[in-house]
Design a protein around this ligand. Structure first.
Ligand SMILES: [Zn+2]
Ligand SMILES: [Zn+2]
Length: 127
């Protein structure tokens, strides 16, 4: 039986090496070849715990199952409607969004999930 902390480290490394914002199932599929003893439940549990610890970010605003992101810096997402790949949109593209929303409607923003949809560069070039 593999040590618990070791499992978490492997799962985190796999996520960091895959900048595609994978789902838990995708992380599991990537790990499975090399570490056949790690179960899907273990992958789910560790990803959720890492997200709770703010080591990674859990993205739930995109369509379908939730995805995991090793980039915890403030940024937004673009999802391709053709290949479903998720890209990072730098925070600088939409500056002061939170401040503007707070000023406009008088609320205190705690989290901000913005996602864009469209066709990615790769898919545009395929046509
Ligand atoms: Zn695409
Ligand atoms: Zn991201």
């Amino acid at each position: 039986m593999m040590k618990y902390s070791k499992q978490r480290e492997i799962i985190l490394n796999t996520l960091q090496k895959n900048v595609i914002h994978p789902t838990a199932d995708q992380v599991y599929a990537l790990l499975h070849k090399e570490y056949p003893t790690i179960s899907l439940a273990t992958v789910y549990r560790n990803l959720n715990q890492l997200a709770e610890m703010n080591v990674i970010r859990k993205i739930t605003e995109l369509n379908g199952s939730c995805r995991f992101d090793h980039n915890t810096h403030k940024h937004y997402h673009f999802i391709c409607s053709k290949c479903n790949k998720v890209y990072d949109v730098p925070h600088e593209c939409i500056p002061d969004l939170t401040t503007k929303v707070e000023a406009e409607i008088g609320v205190k923003v705690e989290t901000c999930d913005v996602s864009f949809r469209g066709v990615c560069f790769d898919c545009i070039n395929k046509n």
